[in-house]
Design a protein around this ligand. Structure first.
Ligand code: THU
Length: 130
């Protein structure tokens, strides 16, 4: 699957965002190395700290189904600009390896591609515990 198509999965996931407080919908789609796609949206909570970002929803759905190896994750928020993963989500992404690609974008044709090292340099990761 190409990255533009993965971003379109994130844009579709965004439709399910549960956002009564921020009204800011975000969607994410994670592509596993085996070729499966798991979608996620942000899910807010009246106790605000209970909120889960779209990226973590997608990754946790995949991990809970047994997936551990990821090729890429696409994120779509405000589609007039590029929405980047928050710090907590960057830390969760690096948990599963440093070769994952991160796609942020507005449409199938308009997106940017990053490595996790670019978004979270000098990270603390599982490698440090070995
Ligand atoms: N949000 C995400 O889902 N992903 C991000 O990378 C940035 C922030 C959500 C959390 C909250 O529901 C809303 O966007 C506003 O912060």
């Amino acid at each position: 699957m190409d990255y533009g198509k993965l971003l379109m999965e994130a844009i579709k996931a965004r439709e399910n965002a549960y956002i009564p407080y921020s009204k800011f919908p975000v969607g994410a789609a994670v592509l596993t190395k085996s070729g499966r796609v798991y979608r996620g949206c942000n899910i807010e909570c009246a106790s605000y700290g209970g909120t889960n970002c779209a990226e973590r929803t997608a990754i946790f759905k995949a991990v809970s189904e047994g997936e551990r190896e990821f090729e890429a994750i696409a994120v779509a928020g405000d589609l007039s600009t590029y929405t980047y993963p928050c710090g907590i989500c960057r830390q969760v992404i690096v948990e599963y390896g440093k070769d994952i690609k991160i796609i942020v974008g507005k449409s199938e044709e308009d997106y940017k591609l990053y490595t996790i090292d670019e978004l979270l340099p000098h990270s603390f990761s599982p490698e440090d515990l070995k």
